[in-house]
Design a protein around this ligand. Structure first.
Ligand code: NDP
Length: 785
């Protein structure tokens, strides 16, 4: 029996398009304006290849007008307060809901995705996002009292979930008091323009939301605009890298949600019929044009052939066709250029010797269609196993043991999502923490909700969208306004001779500290350390590239620290404080000697350092993960995980307190660190070796490399095995760190040459430090009825 046709009516959408003929305008400052660029581009229906509309291709002047409008609207929007903003967000949610069918039809026509998906998934999730964030606006003052808006936010979104990505960007930004300039992707601008009408209908104040359409050049104008305080981007890792570099020299906050090659792991005890439906949702949902698509099927060897047979059987029954046909499973690829990319990558797979299987039926030939495809006999290092195909192409590999499954799963530069299929909850919860991915679905896949954060590890980007974790992307600490440009350390003229009583001090040259041992610097050089008057007060090792490499290796080897219980980590930290206290006067003396401070002032720094260690020891087992109330048959565990190996370049102000304030939060959260101590008083750090040794800190957890601060920073920034880098130093150093970080997308936190008062607890917001030292993995677990 064949299904009869059941097309969704497109009448209302066509009327709406007709209303805007011949050209759409852009939405700036609450008005519809023709582009100053006078340029337009076509938006086509991928299922028919027919033109739907002509939309502006905004240029520099248009971007400028939009940013100006957003800037002008900012103050009033902030003043409106959380409740006022909540009312608008709520009104937007209601209004979209009222026009949900128009949104769904238009989205399907513009993007080519099946109406079943836009109607039942995309648009309901959009509505949910605005409702949820209306709630966050309402609660902002209560839940985030120390934070404020960033200002004007530039948002650039892709074509695969046009309205959903818009809501993920705009809802949290507005909730937290920002105003926005958003650019949809050039292939799919229409629902964003319809959304602009919704903003008008609910009377959103002019300039709070500005929608400009355009291509990559418009996007890069947004990225480089000086009045924008934050860029939020979703798209390819390649463009993400360009944006990371383009914003490196600025203080713009950045969140990047990039590509993926997510593993879909099936163990032999899984319910294979559910798995097959899961596979359909993982890789044929939205034609596989999903950043978190389960595009790598990893199957336990014992059931691999059986599962492949079942999948092929199901593939044969999938229906492909016009997106507005209610019975289709697969719609069209968004544009001919994307179709060509898929075809080329599939050909590469065939050339590499993998076995390609496609259903026997033919695709319609009047649009951008591509059949669901399965590759077996795939080598893990092959192009199709490593590159994001962004199409309906599944690449299958097998494994024997759970350990092998984890290895294969993590054999990628990405880390966006993973899904795990087994009837054994112990096995699932054993694997979930080991997979490097921002989202892990257990016995489910491609589940999204506004209450749960979504975002990547590694080259899948950084920052989260959704949940409370997503809000932090759109706020900054109020106290940041108090941070001022730091006085750079003064170079002192070196004085031969020695301070003190006339006798030469017993020669003491601190070595480097790597893997729990004091090591001579690889280059065999030392550098003199001076007091403020220029007298030589000691020497430290001159670390180089090789020393950093060894330290990073040692830090990786100490990775077990991440799974040591938080209670144990806290004990080690308390012990560290205890041992520092025993030698407090010696440390104070050292500070006085280096900085010329009175003994009282130096003692104050030591005491403050001990207290701060206590704070982080206390937080080690109290910076809890949480459980999100996602509204399906799931709960979502938002697990805070360490970044991994972190580089920490310490501030020059308050050498001991600065060291403790930056290194200890990272270590408390389970990271292992390579530290470049303060350039002004490195002996305060090298004196800590013995304390670290006697405090049960496992070798390799804290590694200390002295030497040229900026040179060592550069090595850390370029190191591919460093997962995060904090830098407290100059503006130039900060730029360098952010620029180099684009290579492996390491998380960075830099101060742009601004200093804080390390003695003031408000300046050293504990949770802020802990948050920068962790990333959240959301694990969706089946729960309840
Ligand atoms: P891009 O990353 O090129 O596009 C994403 C958005 O960024 C679009 O709005 C795009 O504009 C804009 N853009 C492009 N270049 C720049 C720039 N230099 N500065 C600022 N903004 C820019 O993705 P594509 O649409 O070209 O897709 C290419 C590949 O990216 C896909 O095959 C897929 O692998 C991946 N991708 C990943 C997505 C994800 O969700 N992670 C989503 C979409 C794509 P415009 O549309 O005009 O190009």
């Amino acid at each position: 029996m064949e299904y009869g046709p059941a097309p969704e009516s497109k009448e209302v959408a066509e009327q709406w398009l007709k209303k805007h003929k011949p050209h759409f305008k852009q939405y700036i400052n609450g008005k519809w304006l023709a582009p100053k660029s006078k340029k337009y581009m076509d938006s086509n229906n991928p299922c028919t290849q027919k033109k739907l509309a002509s939309v502006p291709l905004a240029g520099k002047a248009d971007v400028n007008d939009a940013v100006k409008a957003a800037d002008k609207a900012l103050q009033e929007w902030v003043k409106l307060g959380g409740h006022g903003r909540a009312r608008y967000l709520y009104a937007i949610a209601r209004q979209i809901q009222k026009h949900s069918r128009l949104f769904a039809v238009l989205e399907s026509m513009d993007n080519g995705k099946p109406i079943r998906e836009t109607r039942d998934i995309d648009i309901p999730l959009v509505v949910r996002h605005f409702y949820h964030h209306a709630g966050w606006a309402q609660l902002q003052a209560e839940k985030l009292p120390d934070y404020k808006e960033i200002g004007v936010v530039g948002q650039i979104i892709p074509w695969n979930f046009p309205m959903l990505m818009l809501s993920w960007k705009i809802a949290p930004a507005l909730a937290m008091g920002n105003t926005v300039v958003l650019k949809p992707a050039e292939f799919t601008s229409l629902t964003a323009l319809l959304f602009a009408e919704i903003c008008q209908q609910v009377g959103l104040p002019q300039g709070v939301v500005n929608i400009i359409t355009g291509d990559g050049s418009t996007g890069s104008e947004i990225v480089s605009h000086p009045s924008i305080g934050k860029i939020a981007f979703t798209g390819s890792t390649e463009v993400g890298r360009i944006i990371r570099r383009a914003t490196a020299a600025t203080e713009k906050k950045l969140s990047l949600e990039l590509g993926g090659k997510s593993p879909f792991i099936v163990f032999e005890d899984a319910d294979l019929d559910s798995v097959v439906e899961g596979v359909v949702d993982a890789i044929w949902f939205n034609q596989g044009q999903v950043c978190c698509a389960g595009s790598r099927l990893l199957v336990q060897e014992s059931i691999a052939e059986k599962l492949y047979r079942k999948i092929r059987h199901r593939m044969e029954k999938l229906r492909i066709g016009n997106a507005l046909e209610k019975g289709v499973d697969i719609g069209a690829i968004v544009a001919p250029v994307q179709l060509k990319t898929i075809e080329d990558l599939v050909q590469k797979g065939v050339d590499e010797g993998a076995d390609l299987w496609q259903p026997s039926w033919e695709c319609p030939n009047d649009g951008c269609f591509y059949p669901p495809s399965l590759f077996t006999n795939v080598a893990p290092a092959s192009i199709i196993a490593q590159e994001e195909i962004f199409g309906p192409v599944l690449v299958a590999m097998s494994f024997r043991t759970p350990a092998e499954a984890v290895k294969l799963a993590n054999n990628t530069r990405y880390g966006l999502a993973a899904s795990i299929w087994t009837e054994n909850i112990n096995l699932a919860l054993d694997i979930a923490p080991k997979v490097k991915a921002g989202t892990v679905w257990i016995n489910c896949t491609n589940m999204f909700d506004a209450a749960s954060g979504f975002g990547g590890y590694r080259e899948s980007g950084f920052g989260r969208e959704g949940g409370i974790e997503g809000l932090y992307e759109y706020v900054k600490l109020k106290v940041e306004d108090e941070f001022t440009p730091a006085a750079l350390p003064q170079a002192v003229e070196e004085k031969i001779g020695h301070p003190g009583n006339g006798l030469p001090a017993i020669d003491k040259t601190a070595k480097l500290y790597i893997g729990g041992k004091q090591k001579r610097p690889d280059g065999g050089y030392t550098r003199n350390v001076h007091d403020v008057k220029g007298h030589i007060i000691g020497q430290v090792g001159e670390g180089n590239r090789k020393d950093i490499r060894n330290a990073v290796e040692a830090a990786h080897a100490a990775g077990k620290w991440a799974t040591t219980t938080a209670h144990n980590r806290a004990q080690v930290l308390y012990y560290l404080a205890e041992n520092l206290e025993l030698r407090a006067s010696e440390f104070a003396q050292r500070l006085s000697q280096a900085l010329g401070h009175s003994n009282r002032k130096s003692m104050q720094e030591v005491k403050a350092s001990i207290e701060r260690i206590y704070t982080y020891a206390a937080f080690a087992d109290k910076y809890d993960s949480y459980v999100h109330a996602t509204p399906f048959r799931n709960v979502t565990l938002a697990m805070k995980e360490p970044l991994g190996v972190m580089g920490i370049v310490c501030p020059d102000e308050a050498p001991l307190l600065g060291f403790v304030s930056t290194v200890l939060p990272a270590v408390a959260m389970g990271n292992t660190v390579v530290v470049v101590p303060s350039a002004t008083a490195p002996l305060s750090a090298t004196d800590l070796y013995q304390i670290i040794e006697t405090s049960d800190v496992p070798g390799g957890v804290i590694n200390i490399i002295t030497g040229d601060k900026e040179g060592l920073t550069k090595v850390l920034a370029n190191h591919d095995d460093v997962d995060g880098l904090w830098y407290f130093g100059s503006k130039e150093g900060s730029t360098l760190v952010q620029h180099a970080a684009a290579e492996n997308m390491k998380r960075t936190w830099v101060n742009f040459g601004k200093s804080r008062d390390w003695f003031k607890p408000t300046h050293v917001n504990t949770e802020d430090f802990l948050r920068h030292a962790t990333q959240i993995k959301n694990i969706w677990v089946p729960y309840g009825e």
